[in-house]
Design a binder for this molecule. Structure first.
Ligand SMILES: Cc1cc2nc3c(=O)[nH]c(=O)nc-3n(C[C@H](O)[C@H](O)[C@H](O)COP(=O)(O)OP(=O)(O)OC[C@H]3O[C@@H](n4cnc5c(N)ncnc54)[C@H](O)[C@@H]3O)c2cc1C
Length: 453
């Protein structure tokens, strides 16, 4: 019987623990979680703030009771502090300060990531009580919720216009707040090419968000006017006040436990793992936002996402009890809803493909989401990137209205990338068609044909 200890109770940790129990119900699985909220869907937090998902308990993928019924021993409010690799023991500290250690046969570390402060002065020193927030955990969620209820802020500055920032802009607008969204680059959602990012910005602006691009925030301070965000804007200076500041500028891997035990860090300063999720430390695997990711087009990269964390966790759990499963790797598929628009991407942009040694070319197509004669047809904007040397599909980006099946259409491209198809072969796929839902040549295929012609 294997004694498996898992550190971390979010996507990667719980996936690992459940997989191990599923494959071998005889495995003794203990999950050590720093807080009291195992298996919460942090991806759903923005929808708690829009008010669409209430109460907060609904965000649980599974309750603690569900997890215990599946055979997991939960050690909640317990911080893992040190790994004794040679002795196969994990030192832990309970909320009351009691220190103890757990023996293990196999250990999986899934301590995830922490919100980045991006070197912005004042963030960290100013707290949620001051009205300055980050958003990654349920504790962050409760702190923001308390602040919104207690002070009823009327204005917010959101630093960052990535997917979390955009989702939170929508949430604050839904609560009647005035929102300024500050972005360092020339366009929001820098994971897309600016041509498509501009459509997302227009959607946010149409809903009243004041989007300020080309602005690097360097500080947040308290002043008589409220909280003041300072920085540089297009060569000049930027200074704006608001009642509340939310900093959502990405994450940094939470690797202290593993690094102190001797694990190596690589891309994005995440812990290096191989495809079997081994860290190189004997009997210690790792998965999720704290580790590097195998990317099928790029090799090794760092791209922290919930989907990847679930898959890596499942692989780690299987291998910890004697399995031999290699993580197949990602292709970087992402999707976000911004008000009534959906933006998605998979694979590589032109500017990412070139330094990776490809010879990319990208074309833009606008197609209908279904036959125009049937009511409600909307445009989908598609950018397809392929390699000019061999026609291989390298990536795709889509922007369309909510309800236009943008997410499922990007998944067609993602599947093609996984299979290593050429752009041209997308036209051969037997995709479904009925006039209210599609066209004989789907938007995906029209975009592929435009690239190939
Ligand atoms: C607002 C928001 C929206 C998102 N939306 C999406 C989305 O739509 N799609 C998507 O794919 N991804 C999304 N993500 C990203 C996704 O949520 C993360 O990639 C995923 O949750 C990472 O899971 P993880 O298990 O690696 O780590 P984390 O979720 O970071 O969890 C780490 C776990 O480890 C515990 N822990 C940490 N240190 C210790 C310690 N020393 N001892 C014990 N326990 C410890 C923590 O308490 C926690 O349980 C979103 C993230 C946020 C914040």
């Amino acid at each position: 019987m294997t004694d498996l200890v898992v550190v971390g109770g979010s996507d990667a940790g719980i996936s690992a623990a459940l997989r191990a129990r599923e494959l071998d119900p005889g495995t003794e699985v203990t999950v050590v979680v720093a807080d009291a909220y195992p298996n919460f869907s942090i991806c759903g937090i923005p929808y708690f703030f829009t008010g669409e998902v209430r109460p907060w308990q609904s965000l649980a993928h599974r309750t603690a009771a569900d997890l215990e019924a599946a055979g997991l021993n939960l050690r909640l409010d317990t911080l893992a502090t040190r790994i004794d690799v040679a002795g196969r023991r994990l030192a832990v500290r309970a909320a009351d300060g009691t220190e103890t250690s757990l023996g293990y046969d196999e250990l999986i570390v899934a301590t995830g990531a922490l919100p980045s402060h991006a070197g912005i002065a004042g963030v960290g020193a100013l707290t949620p009580e001051d009205g300055v927030h980050v958003l990654h955990s349920m504790a962050d969620t409760f702190a923001l919720d308390r602040d919104l209820a207690a002070r009823r802020p009327e204005s917010a500055i959101i630093v960052g216009a990535g997917y979390v920032g955009l989702e939170m802009a929508e949430a604050f607008v839904a609560r009647g707040m005035r929102v300024t969204q500050v972005q360092r680059g020339p366009e929001v959602l820098s994971t897309l090419d600016p041509q498509l990012g501009a459509l997302v910005r227009a959607e946010a602006e149409a809903h009243g968000v004041d989007v300020v691009v080309n602005t690097t925030v360097t500080g947040v301070e308290r002043a008589a006017a409220g909280l003041v965000v300072t920085g540089t804007h297009a060569g000049g200076s930027f200074r704006q006040a608001a009642d509340l500041v939310l900093v959502v500028v990405g994450v940094r891997p939470n690797t202290g436990l593993l690094v102190r035990a001797g694990a190596a860090v690589g891309a994005g300063r995440a812990v290096v793992v191989d495809e079997w999720m081994r860290t190189g430390l004997p009997h210690v695997r790792a998965a999720g936002d704290g580790v590097v990711t195998r990317h099928r087009l790029l090799g090794t990269t760092y791209l922290p996402l919930g989907t990847t964390s679930h898959k890596q966790g499942r692989v780690a759990g299987e291998n910890a009890i004697g399995g031999d499963r290699a993580f197949a790797g990602i292709v970087g598929t992402q999707v976000v809803k911004v008000f009534d628009l959906v933006a998605a991407r998979t694979g590589l942009l032109d500017r990412e493909a070139r330094p990776a040694g490809y010879a990319p070319r990208t074309t833009t197509t606008t197609a209908d989401d279904h036959k125009r004669y049937y009511p409600g047809a909307r445009h989908i904007h598609v950018r397809v990137t392929g390699d000019t040397r061999d026609g291989r599909l390298l990536g795709a980006q889509l922007v369309g209205r909510r309800g236009s099946e943008v997410a499922k259409r990007i998944d067609i491209f993602a599947t093609a990338l996984y299979a290593g198809l050429s752009v041209e072969r997308l036209s051969e796929l037997d995709l479904s068609y009925t006039p209210p839902l599609g066209s004989p040549w789907d938007a995906v295929q029209l975009a592929a044909q435009a690239w190939s012609s």
